[in-house]
Design a protein around this ligand. Structure first.
Ligand code: SAM
Length: 341
């Protein structure tokens, strides 16, 4: 099993925007309704950022058209808010958020004073029509969740469908999402993947849900609470077999960690070490992690690695590259070296 754990190099890790000149700027609330003929994207295209952005302070010249703006926010590192997201949050008439305490930390760090309203699973039915009404009156409403991309295991789907039905504008400001961060770091195939989000919390229902995914030839992405991680990995092994997998924890934060290995190795690790802290994403290899292809790739990867490295280092490198079980890679490396002699 391999593990990458490091202090995130891209940022100080203190979760503050660099040089945060948290000054408050008057918001420009002038809105222009897009013409019906305009393409949605250009009609709602935001933040006239004609000048390069060199400071954290929102630009007072930002001018927003009416519509719903789905704004991705950082998943743990405040520096991951995009310039455009910052400008739109500063210029919107209102920010609809899950937990105002969480969003206020973000807006305060960037000197944004846009009013906040709550939009979460418990008040969504009541608040949704009010948001639609605001859009019809020409307002720009930004939707954020506590972290990452709204609608991805977070509120917003029903709001977007309501906005579309009401013939109002909607656009997105892309940014962080834990699912994609974990996938690209997992070492598992990224050409085809399926996002599942959270599995049921009870084992029987979880096993059923996992069995339904057993034939899918794509990497599988799950969100999981650290408390349930061990049980979830155990059920995944039962339902899917001993596939390569990875657990990504605390992504973009100071103690970001990627633990790669087979499901059985990960089950053993968390049994021995207990539930980890922080937030986690689990990636599991798809049904097409076909043994024959793996062996062909494995042979050529091992042969190349063994040309310049010791058996031990070559195995470690190939385990990292393939996320295959260490036992399997080691045994094949031994076969290859004995074939050579
Ligand atoms: N909308 C978010 C997104 O785009 O990633 C996800 C929200 S969902 C309610 C929260 C789950 O995302 C957590 O339980 C965890 O599984 C995952 N997550 C969020 N931030 C994470 C991070 N920094 N590291 C690892 N997983 C994270």
């Amino acid at each position: 099993m391999s593990k990458t754990s490091r202090s995130n190099p891209s940022y100080s890790g203190r979760n503050e925007p660099s040089g945060a000149a948290a000054r408050s700027t008057p918001r420009n609330t002038a809105k222009t309704a897009p013409s019906a003929a305009e393409d949605t994207r250009s009609a709602i295209s935001t933040a006239e950022t004609s000048q390069p952005q060199t400071e954290i302070r929102p630009k007072s010249t930002t001018h927003l058209k009416a519509g719903l703006y789905l704004v991705a926010t950082p998943i743990g590192n405040l520096g991951d808010l995009t310039f455009r997201a910052r400008d739109v949050l500063a210029a919107a008439d209102v920010i609809a958020c899950e937990d105002s305490r969480v969003t206020r930390r973000l807006t305060q760090a960037y000197g944004i004073d846009t009013p906040l309203i709550s939009y979460h699973e418990h008040n969504a039915e009541r608040v949704r029509p009010k948001i639609i009404e605001r859009l019809k009156c020409g307002e720009a409403v930004a939707l954020v969740s506590d972290a990452g991309t709204p609608l991805i295991s977070d509120p917003g789907y029903k709001l977007v469908t309501a906005v579309i039905e009401a013939n109002q504008e909607v656009t997105t400001l892309p940014g962080a999402s834990a699912a994609l961060c974990a996938l690209v770091l997992s070492g598992l195939p990224s050409d085809r993947f399926m996002f599942h989000g959270f599995l049921p919390s009870k084992s029987a229902a979880r096993l059923t849900a996992l069995s339904e995914l057993a034939e899918i030839p794509a990497s599988l992405i799950f969100y999981e609470s650290p408390r349930r991680l061990g049980d979830m990995l155990n059920d995944a092994q039962k339902a899917l077999g001993d596939r390569p997998a990875a657990v990504a924890r605390e992504l973009t934060k100071m103690f970001e960690e990627l633990r790669r290995g087979s499901l059985s190795e990960l089950v053993t690790y968390y049994k021995e070490n207990g539930a980890p802290k922080g937030e986690a994403v689990v990636i599991i290899g798809g049904a097409d992690a076909d043994a024959k292809n793996q062996e062909i790739d494995l042979d050529s990867l091992l042969t190349t690695a063994l040309e310049t490295q010791t058996l031990r280092d070559a195995v470690a490198e190939v385990v990292l590259k393939t996320a295959l079980p260490k036992r399997q890679v080691y045994s094949r490396a031994l076969d290859l070296t004995s074939e050579k002699t």
